[in-house]
Design a protein around this ligand. Sequence first.
Ligand code: BES
Ligand code: MN
Ligand code: MN
Length: 454
Amino acid sequence: MTVDDYLEQHRGAHLEELFSLLRIPSVSTDPAHRGDVAQAAEFVAERLRALGFDTEIAPTAGHPIVYAERLDAPAGAPTVLIYGHYDVQPPDPLDEWRNPPFEPTLENGNIVARGATDDKGQMYCHIKGAEAVLAATGGLPVNVKFLIEGEEEVGSPNLEPFLRANKDRLSADAVVISDTSMYGPGRPAITWGLRGLAYVEVHVRGPSHDLHSGLYGGGVRNPINALAAMIATLHDEHGRVAIPGFYDAVLPLSDEERAETAALGHDEDAFRAEVGVSVSPGEEGYSVLERISARPTLDCNGIWGGFTGAGAKTVLPAQAHAKLSCRLVPDQSPAQIVALLRAHFAAVCPSGVTVEVEDHHGGIPFLVDRGAPALGAARRALGRVWGVEPVMIRGGGSIPIVASFKSVLGLDSVLMGFGLADDRLHSPNEKFGLDNYYAGIRASAYMLEELARG
Ligand code: BES
Ligand code: MN
Ligand code: MN
């Protein structure tokens, strides 16, 4: 039996299994879901054990890491380390889901559930891909190590220590990851860049307690007004981040890269239509595609303070808060950007309030070595599945551990995503095309074959 025949015959089973995994609400950021996260780790480990992998669930200070290996490839065969994550983002806002987020459904050829594409569906493609090769040929053509974590969505705090403690065990020739997107429907892509992340929470404090805005308004600095004014200083009229030094470490885009990006023919009208806006302003001088994938940004993620309940309450609040994130590009560093943010807020903070900038998790931006041999295997594997050459793109999101694969293990990563950018990652009604799920499984199986060819 061929890999393709096997996959054809097991489509129903492969869908059912993914549905079972999607039913587990493994929300890593929420302590109430600790047990569910552990159950998702069990599920993944059990599937790998069933394929004859030597499998371990390694506990950490946070959520467990699933590590599994099958090292019985023919002598001289290379080793691939497949990384993915079984944790998911919170499903909020719940009332915007057409169906409950952890009751997967099929809608117009899409699997709809939290984690469908990010990353349970894409990660599971590799487990089923290995299964298909094993079923068709009785063995694996390359040594395969799976590293599936449960803390990607909270910044992977315990994975780098695991890499350091298990350097020998994790040795490989390349890392393969499916946690990014294709360029578009039917247009496979290899992602060669990821943005980094600096995430802070800003606390503005004024009077010692909330005040009657009639009795005190006009005589006391309002922390919300002050926070809004400070946030308004973060960008200039050219759409650039106005924090002094923000762009100092940014590697400029080369002319070749800009030409390669332009040749993709990104449809900005379609982009605006997808997100429901009529204009898409941003840093002047760059296309939308460049701005969302290869240039650094600063966004306010949340802002709160004062009275937000029903009706009107006249109050001058004692505090105001905001969460801010910067997407970073090489060679910016999260620590350096947080330091610049701190200095900027201190400089623009008006009298009558104090400002505190609290550092959350971050991620180092990364560019893959485009000459890495495993990229050739990925090109061939994706080409066989989709019938067209994959394009090279940069991803606007972050996968913090990719930088550590290089710095700790010396490994290049091949980022071959099977999802689409409009799969609503982190949003209500997250989806993964059924066609892309099945194509992703085939791509994973072919990737093992192509890696064996060198
Ligand atoms: N899979 C995404 C990252 C991604 C998606 C990269 C699409 C490129 C294209 C990942 O799960 C993610 O959401 N990462 C977080 C990182 C954070 C929580 C440290 C992100 O980018 O916000
Ligand atoms: Mn992901
Ligand atoms: Mn994610």
